[in-house]
Design a protein around this ligand. Sequence first.
Ligand code: PLP
Length: 370
Amino acid sequence: MSSEYEAAGRRSRGQGPWKDVPAACWDDWRWQLSHRIVSAEQAGTLMELTPSERDFFARANGRLPLSVTPHFFDRIDPADPADPLRRQVFPRAWQLETAADEKSDPLGEERDSPVPALVHRYPDRVLLLANSVCASHCRFCTRERFVAGTPPDWRQALDYIRAHGEIRDVLISGGDPLLLGDEKLAGLLEKLRGIAHVEFIRIGSRVPIFLPQRITPALVGIFKKYGPLYLSLHVNHPRELSPETASALEQLAFAGTVFGSQTVLLRGVNDDAALLKKLFHRLLQLRVRPYYLYACDKVPGSAGWRVPVARGIELMRSLRGWTSGYALPQFVIDLPDGGGKVPVGSDYLQEIADGGICRLRNFRGNDYFY
Ligand SMILES: *Cc1c(COP(=O)(O)O)cnc(C)c1O
């Protein structure tokens, strides 16, 4: 990665393959979607594919298809085969090898799904899978089994939520809910707001990263009308935070949206303390509170992404105390087979002695008693 490239933060579109595209097209999310890079041939005209990327495409039978918006592609350094943004969306041959403990439904969501498009695992909250499409495809997708499949029908899910008074929190995910049309999204939010026991609505999305053009005044109006809404952004690298993303988030913030972020710890993308710190700092500047740092789920072909859990703990430990507490997400593992999310922490609490005296280790490695 050249330092000038990092400094500029992006390739200028003026020098890129889309230099003659009028702004009215480039800034239109429908143009971005219909001009996605979806084949190896097309990608090959934009940059030189590595042998491993070409090998994947030659044997990719049945795997999640390539899909990258021009906006996101424009942030990739085409001269760097190891570019951390490129690696997230362009597959490699090793991803075709499935390890024994990897599953297409790694979190056991199907078993906790009482009706289609709904996962009810925790007592007071549900996950609503409202859409099966995404703006671009992540190569470590937890829902590869679901994405690019048939669009979900959430009518039974809404009936289920209505019938279960204990559900106070609905997390709308997918796929990407912000790729529902305005009317569909507004209709869904209208129905959820009509259920008295639903107090808290959050939306999980990567659209502000892959397709910030989708954050139109009309969509911002929907956020305002049905707020307060929490938006959980999936962000893995600071360079994903484009000026367009920043301005989309600002519009949503002015409409009252509250932001959190989710980051997947990925080898070769963000398994570096200085880089994570930069990412979390940048998120705070954009009003986004880092929420979770995830160990990579055991989806098929994901072994090469995985960072040892001990390393994840060490990375978080190297940040705690050395920067704002607000900048630090919780490092969690979403357990296989429906175990749910558990925090994995460094043991600051060294021991609890008789009489409840605690021995604690601080961020500098010194012990104290409480
Ligand atoms: C992650 C998740 C939630 C939300 O969990 P929080 O820890 O409250 O953010 C809810 N349901 C399912 C099935 C999930 O995977």
